[in-house]
Design a protein around this ligand. Structure first.
Ligand SMILES: *Cc1c(COP(=O)(O)O)cnc(C)c1O
Length: 224
């Protein structure tokens, strides 16, 4: 793909997001996070040059490396992967724009302690396992509101901004839709939550129709 073809490809994705959000409402703004986990720093730079600012990584090590390599660019980094406790300090060092995958109260308490030591705060989303899949992280939907409120009231160094989910892993659209609706329903009940992050390359239009206002698009954005 030439640079121009790539730009047209990105424009076509933006147009799909635009159409999907306008079907919800003209006031429904959706942010695109480009998931760069399969991509190199050079590929991230090319996408930045087209105008993309927000990028997501799912491994702390990769996030740290790419953030360092691209330090000169004003990028916004999102962490979207499983955070092991022994990687907390590494994540704090990167100081991401948004930690989207906070998946338990226990992790929140541990992260909060370390943030306090470093005199820092971090914006985060509570990950909800709305597909009820063993392979996915996140709090169960039934426990999500309590967990959210508990973290918000006890973890003073974590600013909870909303929720994140990965859609059900199936070709059955109704089941995927149900998982998005479950997350959005929780989101709408949370006081002060502003971000509902759902939707990936294969299901972002459906996610937006269900109320998502942040999509995380990887393979499609990077043409993989
Ligand atoms: C990889 C990943 C994505 C992007 O997936 P694509 O299907 O490549 O768009 C989004 N969210 C999370 C949490 C991911 O791990």
């Amino acid at each position: 793909m030439t640079q121009l073809e790539y730009k047209l490809h990105i424009d076509s994705i933006i147009e799909r997001v635009e159409k999907a959000r306008l079907r919800v409402s003209g006031h429904h703004i959706v942010k695109i996070v480009a998931v760069s986990k399969y991509s190199t720093s050079d590929e991230i730079r090319s996408l930045y040059e087209i105008g993309q600012r927000a990028f997501g990584e799912n491994k702390v090590q990769d996030l740290a490396q790419k953030a360092e390599e691209l330090e000169a660019l004003p990028l916004e980094w999102h962490f979207i992967g499983n955070l092991q406790k022994n990687k907390i300090n590494q994540l704090i060092k990167v100081n991401p724009f948004l930690f989207q995958s906070l998946d338990s109260l226990e992790l929140a308490v541990e992260l909060d302690k370390r943030l306090e030591v470093h005199g820092m705060k971090m914006d985060a989303l509570l990950q909800i396992n709305s597909a009820y899949e063993d392979t996915k992280s996140g709090v169960m939907p039934e426990a999500a509101i309590d967990a959210y409120q508990e973290i918000a009231s006890t973890c003073k160094h974590i600013n909870l901004k909303g929720v994140m989910s990965i859609g059900a892993h199936t070709d059955d659209k109704d089941i995927i839709k149900k998982s998005f609706e479950t997350t959005h329903d929780i989101f709408s009940k949370l006081k002060g939550a502003t971000i509902c992050s759902m939707g990936m390359s294969g299901d972002f239009e459906l996610a937006i129709a269900c109320g998502s206002n942040m999509v995380r698009i990887g393979s499609l954005m990077f043409n993989k």
